[in-house]
Design a protein around this ligand. Structure first.
Ligand code: FE2
Ligand code: FE2
Length: 302
């Protein structure tokens, strides 16, 4: 039974004493991204960054990186926000928040690979939703960024079991969720859901975290889950996967998520998918540069 199984995982995650508390600025930040105008957000973001010295330092370091080619790097938080642009700063802020909650020292999954995939998926979700009428782009971005948060839980709380799953996925070149199910009996979707519930994230984001590999189980927010599912596949097809070669390459149009999305968004009918994936390449380069700057390294792309 799925319900009792999920309940067991939830109980295991709740019981883990090392489970991180929600970072102080995380929920205010999520709320901010979901509403306010851009002008109002700048001041609020500057205020949130100022709460935390290490995040502030990270933003200033980013703003001074060669990526932006400034002769005179900004010395204030507001200057950094203006230099980097609001969206970039919000992304850095969220990444730092989650990075603090999950120290990367013992990660089985390379944190650079993880963040490149998560940020890549967030970017694709936003660009995808720009092609559809009446979608909430920031919500799509957020859902993409957080969809695989269960991998962080696995690294922290189930590291041995997860290492076995990763080894199987690498060896057999199969999707990571399939390897998790085979070796652990559960996936990052269940552990991510348990954490998202504990952190009281929005219902539709929890839905994405829980069902992005099994859309048919999604009862609420199915179009958003389908959007993230397709964006996840696109990333894995375009060099922003989980750090290894996956044998099965998906065909987006024949994926059931495409049909689900098509029901609500007729814009998809005329969409030139080849052109869209080509447009993503520019964004992919930026993701590589951003993650390399934040983490100071750039491992092989897979
Ligand atoms: Fe996933
Ligand atoms: Fe993913």
């Amino acid at each position: 039974m799925i319900t009792s199984f999920t309940a067991t995982i939830r109980e295991r995650v709740q019981r883990i004493e090392t489970m991180p508390a929600i970072p102080a600025v995380f929920l205010p930040l999520l709320k901010l991204l979901g509403g306010s105008t851009e002008e109002a957000r700048v001041d609020e973001v500057v205020r949130l960054i100022s709460y935390d010295g290490s995040i502030a330092a990270q933003c200033l370091r980013m703003a001074g990186s060669p990526l932006f080619g400034l002769v005179q790097p900004p010395t204030s938080i507001k200057g950094a926000v203006i230099t980097l642009g609001l969206r970039r700063v919000e992304t850095i802020l969220l990444t730092c928040c989650l990075g603090q909650a999950f120290p990367a020292k013992k990660w089985v999954l390379d944190p650079v690979v993880f963040w490149r995939h998560s940020l890549g998926c967030a970017m694709v979700c936003r660009k995808f939703s720009e092609k559809l009428t009446n979608t909430d782009r920031e919500k799509a971005y957020m859902a993409g960024l957080l969809h695989d948060i269960g991998f962080m839980v696995n690294c922290l709380a189930f590291s041995k079991e997860f290492a076995t799953a990763m080894a199987l996925a690498f060896q057999e070149e199969i999707p990571l969720d399939e390897a998790e199910r085979t070796t652990m009996g559960f996936t990052h979707c269940e552990t991510g859901q348990a954490l998202a519930e504990k952190w009281k994230m929005a219902d539709d984001v929890i839905e994405v975290i829980a069902h992005h590999h099994a859309i048919e189980r999604s009862q609420k927010a199915q179009p958003l889950v389908a959007l993230v599912h397709l964006s996840d596949l696109l990333c894995r097809m375009r060099g922003l996967g989980y750090g290894y070669y996956e044998r099965h390459k998906a065909d987006l149009i024949s994926d059931p998520a495409w049909a689900i999305l098509l029901k609500d968004y007729h814009d998809l009918e005329g969409m030139d998918l080849a052109r869209f994936t080509f447009e993503l390449d520019e964004g992919v380069e930026e993701i590589h540069a951003l993650v390399a700057t934040v983490f100071g390294s750039a491992p092989a792309r897979t």
